[in-house]
Design a protein around this ligand. Sequence first.
Ligand code: GAF
Length: 388
Amino acid sequence: YSNLCVCAVLVAEARRTYEEVFGGEAAKVAVCAPGRVNLIGEHTDYNHGFVLPMALPLVTVVVGSPASGQSVTVVTTAKDVEEPRRVDFNLPSYGSPLSPGSPGWANYVKGVVQHYRAPPVPGFRAVIATSVPLGGGLSSSASLEVAFYTSCSNDGDNVAKALACQLAEHTHASVPCGIMDQFVSVLGREAHALLIDCRSLVVTPVPLADPGLVILITNSNVKHSLTGSEYPTRRRQCEEAASILRKASLRDATLKDLEGTKNQMDDVTYRRARHVIEEIERTVQAAEALKRGAYREFGKLMVESHNSLRDLYEVSCRELDELVSAAMEVEGVFGSRMTGGGFGGCTVTLLQAHAIDRAILHIQERYSGSPTFYITVPSEGARVLSLS
Ligand code: GAF
């Protein structure tokens, strides 16, 4: 499928809903922002390390118009969200809090309004439509935050936009996430993965458009309830390790430093830190390999990353391990790993184009659950769409 096609279908759906809900009035603005898949560099962003994600052709669309006064109405067309699918509220005076509440999906909108870096947001009416699977580890929430921010402003200050959306996630979804998801949703580039230095926020696009290569996402369609509590715990453990190492963050630590302080930390803290330090190094190596078209080397690093997430960081699960093992049994597969926060969600697999049918059939046969597959390409970041 093409990027344009998916966006166009969603925009049409959102515009239709907008007209139905708002008595025939037409929406004046349409924007979209993508979900992402991370190729390597997991749980390194909040340690100021490197990540290598790419934006997906799966997007969240927002269509809307300014409304009079402080009134806000937001409707979502997504099926699998908490009811109601329409919320109405009044914007508080500028600087006053807009507290999160129920339904959960509206909190991403409220969080963005709260942290919007510009003069007060006027009232608005909006409809959301998305093709990013919700809660599937492909950053459906970042795509909603970034789409929403873009519908309020697209002034070119991309870093401010990504940071405000990250803050929305912290305060209104209680996830102390790093910057990766929001950054790639804002800055994604067609035919490129992005090597992001999460300390300096310097982004280096790495070409990724080889017709002989396929990027396959497999959704395990499981989400373990651990996700909520384990992410902040991992983040705390990394901060504790950095403090024992007397470093500002694990980005500044080497394996030698870690071995030198091994007797000052418990085994779990040691293993968390080791994953992060090695994963940062792997990500830099992987980006270099990708630039050279050395897919075999890249694939090997992907598998090492997965094993480290499974054994040292302990954020994988049986289903993701099964999917990776199954993928690695197929001839023509370079590498496979879990992607995103973990405890369910998706794997990403890099393979030779001619092996795609074989790979899908084999994974389907070997996986104990029912997977969903996406053959995907690196796509553009958030953008304003024409409404002609
Ligand atoms: C989630 C977070 F939102 C990201 O910031 C990142 O930490 C990722 O998990 C793990 O790499 O997607």
